[in-house]
Ligand binder design. Structure first.
Ligand code: ZN
Length: 184
């Protein structure tokens, strides 16, 4: 088997993505197939994930770019209508909710990236708009209380003060550390 000339591998498999990518990702130095991920970053405007890895056998460090196989995701809205998942629409909603909270837009892009990865990884291709909102909220919970409430008020279509109070109560019970960890 020829040695790989570059320390970068492009992987097109979605399964790699789902398994955390540790299996079958060959070390360019010793060809060992187990590595651990040191760092993950969104790249290419959310179309791929750049991962810094370390070989479990020889400690060689290398970078992989894992590209998600994009399959159209259908969003089922409350009124039963279906539309294609639109990441810029979601990002726009998040940006609005996070106005003046000091949150970096790039962090919100990461939220959308992670959410899209999760949706892409599912077997079903339909997802309720409500569920997308809840997934985004899970991520916001660890980032900004203000953004969380604003986003929840839109997604959950608050009708009354009681809805705000219920959401605030839920927020204080959120395991924030877990929500934060989900981002990394
Ligand atoms: Zn190695």
């Amino acid at each position: 088997m020829a040695l790989q000339p570059f320390s970068t591998a492009v992987v097109l498999s979605k399964l790699e993505q789902l398994s955390g990518g540790s299996q079958g990702m060959q070390c360019p130095s010793c060809q060992h197939t187990d590595s651990r991920v040191l760092e993950s970053r969104s790249a290419d405007i959310g179309r791929s994930v750049r991962r810094r890895r370390e070989c479990l056998h020889c400690d060689f460090r290398f970078t992989t770019y894992e590209r998600v196989e994009t399959v159209p995701i259908t969003v089922v809205k409350r009124n039963g209508h279906r539309e294609a998942f639109n990441r810029s629409k979601l990002l726009h909603g998040l940006l609005r909710a996070c106005e003046k909270t000091g949150l970096e837009p790039s962090r919100l892009e990461t939220v959308v990236d992670e959410l899209e990865l999760e949706l892409q990884g599912r077997s079903g291709r339909e997802v309720a708009s409500r569920e997308i909102g809840e997934l985004a909220l899970q991520q916001l919970a660890g980032m900004s209380d203000v953004a969380y409430i604003r986003f929840a008020s839109v997604y959950r279509q608050f009708q009354s003060v009681a809805d705000f109070v219920a959401t605030l109560d839920g927020l204080s019970q959120q395991p924030k550390a877990k929500a934060l960890a989900a981002l990394h």
